[in-house]
Design a protein around this ligand. Structure first.
Ligand SMILES: [Zn+2]
Length: 142
């Protein structure tokens, strides 16, 4: 689905400096689930950037999924152009932890306006897979 928009050899939208193929694509196509909370966060940013709605829903904690969320996300990802990600800090979230937190800033453009989303996200690991639970979100002018 997202191959139309991005060549696997290109650098990953998450800003890791690795090729998409060696980075978030592995989680997005289901080759290997994200091993850490930070990796999941990065892959979800990339999914937002590419409009990979199914992945965003699959990696959200099941109890947090809302009816109509796919439509909402589809609309949101069409209106928003994500232009960069910076990880500010991480707490726990390693391969052997059951919870983790990642603070990040994500820059975007929407309707000709630049903005920045700053979030402290909480993650949980269930049966070896990381899920996004929720976060404290701040929206700032870009
Ligand atoms: Zn990546």
């Amino acid at each position: 689905m997202f191959h139309d928009q991005l060549d696997a050899n290109q650098s990953c939208p998450c800003g890791s400096g690795h090729a998409f193929r060696d980075c978030c694509e592995r989680a997005l196509v289901g080759v290997a689930p994200a091993p850490t909370a930070e990796a999941l966060m990065r892959s979800r940013y990339t999914a937002f950037a590419l409009g990979a709605i199914d992945y965003l829903i699959d990696t959200q904690a099941p109890e947090k999924r809302l009816p109509g969320e796919a439509e909402l996300l589809a609309e949101q990802t069409q209106l928003t152009h994500w232009t960069g990600l910076t990880i500010l800090s991480t707490r726990r979230g390693g391969p052997f932890d059951s919870t983790g937190e990642v603070a990040f800033e994500a820059r975007f453009e929407a309707e000709g306006q630049r903005g920045m989303l700053r979030e402290n996200s909480r993650f949980r690991r269930d049966k070896g897979r990381w899920f996004y639970v929720d976060g404290d979100v701040e929206l700032l002018p870009g």
